[in-house]
Design a protein. Sequence first.
Length: 258
Amino acid sequence: MIKIKLNKSYASLHDYIKNIAVHFERESDCIRCDRNQVKRIKVGEHDLCVKAFGKPTVFNRWMYSYFRKSKARRSYEFAHYLLKKGVGTPAPIAYVEIYNAWHFLIKSFYICHYENFDYDMANVLAREVDDKRMILRDFVNFMVNQLHAQGICHTDFNGSNVLVKRANVMDKVRYQFLLVDLNRLKFQKPLGYHQGLYNMQQIDSNPEYLTELARFYARFKDADSDDTVYELMLVKSIARLRRRYTKRFLHFLKTMLQ
């Protein structure tokens, strides 16, 4: 059985998307080729970005089939929510869920518009780019005043999940940001100073770049710059230790369930 949710603005793509599993296997333009594969596919005038989520564990097949929304569905619904809130993300087109005869989810796809961009934040932080300091400042402004102020928390907030686009606004250069890989978003009350720091520490591991971001963060939050840098480094150290031991536990649990 196959379940399709299609954005009405893209009704002409229904027949193609109905067979997305077949088309996806035939395409070779792979943007990301790990457990979750992402491919760019051109269909007529449409330029698509298709994410195929990896095969879920036996436990997750059961959970996604009866208790939780699939990652593809969450990505689609969260994209609509972000756009409603004025937060940039590639236009959502559809999600597809494929079930076996026992109604267990075996595969899912999220389809959105392919968005051209200048950098992602990982590139900006890792190398010298034009207007680097301006990009960092605009990014922190985006994070504080668009995401955290509206209670939007990306729990996989690494640099590759934030796209950067250069734009001219009233003859001035500005940088716009688009969130991708949306299935791990959380929506809550506006994030406070400490919650925001914890979220920001995920963006990179380099102390030099985190220091620069922390100083901008302090400026936007009217906080002491040195104190903010110190606290961000402390938060980063704690998060690194927590992640290390959590991964060990989850690996043990996954082994037991397989």
